[in-house]
Design a protein around this ligand. Structure first.
Ligand code: PEP
Ligand code: MG
Length: 574
């Protein structure tokens, strides 16, 4: 039966492929029946995965470094206990034997039945251990997936698979960077959530907030995903399929045409030069940055180096990662944002505290509360600064004392390196993200203490309009054209100009080419976005004359009615 589902289009383009259902947290649990003669081998494979996981965890336990919070040790001990319990390490063997099924499926069934038992427990502490069981089972599954048995041929190859999940965390998403799926669709998620941002960085179509996709779609069903319109068509008929194949070709032709702009300078018709930088999550993203022709990296979300692992990356590991990015960018500026952990990006084993994690101990607040962890990162960044043009960017600043404390800690890190005779860029620039409305309103004072500013519109919009960016039930309230947002943007850009420091926008607004002229009209001259958006934004800049924007943008700043605002934007883009 053919049917259509509507959600939030997160990443453009069209994909056509076969559904591959995944359960929570990247666990792609396929189910297949094995020939009888393969059962004994499958049990051995399961045992080997348990043993590999045990060794990995014991290894981690032994090598916990001095700057790792104490809870990590206790957390690993508990996970080892769960792993060693026969309900997880032995019971699935019997299921493999009885059902002649693959090891992943046996483990999944056993985990589900354990989790159901946890729900019955009254003691809240014990009930909360459910998450730990899931994490241990995930580890074993990942080990199994690293050593796959021979799956039947009916399992579709990655390139034409469309992942269908209920929810995927930013940490899950980042793991998918290693695979080549055709598209992602999920039941929940807002379009500026970090999961969506990473999905966009994978450069494949993606639709979120479909609500019942995981329930209604079956494994291997044919799907069309239209990431621009937020539409998913399940089992399309041949006419619909032909129409979408045509559109798919048109998209790829347009993309090819845009590639010609790679080396063109982003200059407006009246000769103003605009700086276009790229956002990255991991060092390997630099290849895409170079392909896009970006002038530098305006935002390296360094916290992604900390996800999907049970220990913290030490100074040396971070130094090597940052140095690689700096060297690969060959002298172009690389803006490393210090850790923005918390809210929807949590370390393994840490659950967000407080009822409002987005308003809690996140980003610079967490770093100032964990100075040792922060020092390790600052030393690594400073050491890498000797090998290229690195800048430090502090996220989520809300008051001047946070700036003074951050600058003080940067100074301490510099002094400690000087004592050890380790080289670093003594003139390294330190900037701040403007993403809390209070920071935008008080921006002039901030600007006097910093070398540059970068406006994080994703959070600025979340905090100004009081909409959780991960919650799709309020996603319709996300509005970059809200008069309050335009006022805050205009005020921040003007204030930075007055103080004489550079200001960029590095939130998703910067990569939306329908907003390029508006931002230019507000005075913005530096944009940072995912590399896949850069050429479309450049194309818009090349067709723009700045003096022609002033009148309409001034009108927009005085407009209160949403319909009028949208019609002014349409005129601006005409
Ligand atoms: C932002 O908030 O706009 C931003 C760029 O940072 P992040 O999306 O990582 O919170
Ligand atoms: Mg932010």
């Amino acid at each position: 039966m053919s049917f259509t589902m509507h959600g939030t289009g997160v990443s453009g383009d069209i994909a056509i492929g076969f559904a591959h259902l995944v359960s929570h947290a990247t666990l792609e649990v396929a189910h297949y029946v094995l020939p009888k003669q393969h059962v004994a081998n499958e049990i051995l494979r399961f045992d080997a995965a348990i043993e590999a996981t045990r060794q990995e965890m014991e290894g981690l336990r032994e090598h916990i470094s001095g700057n790792t919070p104490a809870e990590f040790g206790a957390f690993l001990d508990m996970h080892l206990m769960i792993l060693n319990d026969s309900t997880l390490s032995k019971a699935p063997r019997q299921l493999i034997e009885d059902q002649q099924c693959n090891a992943e499926w046996a483990l999944k069934q056993q985990t589900d039945s354990l989790l159901a038992q946890f729900d019955e427990i009254e003691d809240s502490y014990l009930r909360e251990r459910k998450a730990d069981v899931v994490q241990v089972a995930e580890r074993v599954l990942k080990s199994l997936l690293g050593h796959p048995s021979h799956a039947p041929a009916s399992i579709s190859p990655e390139q034409s698979s469309i992942l269908v999940a209920h929810d995927l965390s930013p940490a899950d998403m980042i793991l998918f960077k290693q695979h080549q799926f055709a598209a992602f669709i999920t039941d929940v998620g807002g379009s500026t959530s970090h999961s969506a941002i990473v999905a966009r960085s994978l450069n494949i179509p993606s639709v979120m907030a479909l609500h019942h996709a995981r329930q209604l779609i079956r494994e291997n069903e044919l799907l069309i995903v239209d990431g621009a319109q937020g539409v998913v068509i399940v089992n399309p008929d041949k006419h619909v399929l032909a129409e979408y194949k045509l559109r798919q070709n048109q998209y790829s032709l347009e993309k090819q045409k845009l590639k010609r702009l790679k080396t063109a300078r982003a200059t407006t018709l009246d000769g103003a030069h605009i700086e276009l930088h790229a956002n990255i999550e991991l060092p390997q993203d630099v290849a895409k940055v170079r392909e896009s022709g970006a002038m530098g990296i305006g935002l390296f979300r360094s916290e992604f180096l900390f996800l999907n692992r049970d220990d913290l990356p030490g100074e040396e590991e971070q130094f090597l990662a940052y140095r690689k990015v700096a060297e690969d960018m060959r002298g172009l500026p690389v803006t490393i944002r210090t850790l923005d952990l918390g809210a929807d990006k949590q370390l393994n084993g840490v659950t967000s505290s407080g009822t409002n994690p987005a308003l809690g101990l996140r980003a610079i607040r967490l770093c100032l509360a964990e100075p040792q962890m922060f020092q390790t990162q600052l030393r690594a960044i400073l050491r890498a600064s000797h090998y290229g043009k690195i800048r430090i960017l502090i996220p989520m600043l809300c008051n001047l004392p946070e700036i003074s404390q951050s600058l003080h800690l940067i100074e301490c890190a510099k002094q400690s390196l000087a004592v050890e005779n380790l080289p670093y860029d003594t003139a390294i620039e330190v900037g701040g993200m403007i993403e809390i409305p209070a920071a935008a309103l008080a921006v002039q004072a901030f600007a006097k203490k910093l070398d540059f500013l970068s406006i994080g519109t994703n959070d600025l919009i979340q905090y100004t309009l009081a909409i959780d960016r991960t919650d799709d039930t309020v996603a319709h309230l996300y509005d970059p054209l809200h008069p309050a947002i335009l006022m805050l943007l205009a005020h921040t850009i003007r204030s930075a100009d007055k103080v004489g420091i550079s200001v960029a926008v590095c939130g998703e607004m910067a990569g939306d080419s329908t907003l390029t002229r508006l931002l230019l009209g507000l005075g913005l001259r530096v944009f940072s976005m995912h590399p896949s958006h850069l050429l479309a934004v450049k194309q818009r800049i090349l067709k723009t004359s700045l003096p022609e924007l002033t009148n309409l943008v001034n009108k927009m700043l005085k407009t209160e009615e949403p319909e009028k605002m949208h019609s002014l934007l349409a005129r601006l883009n005409a």
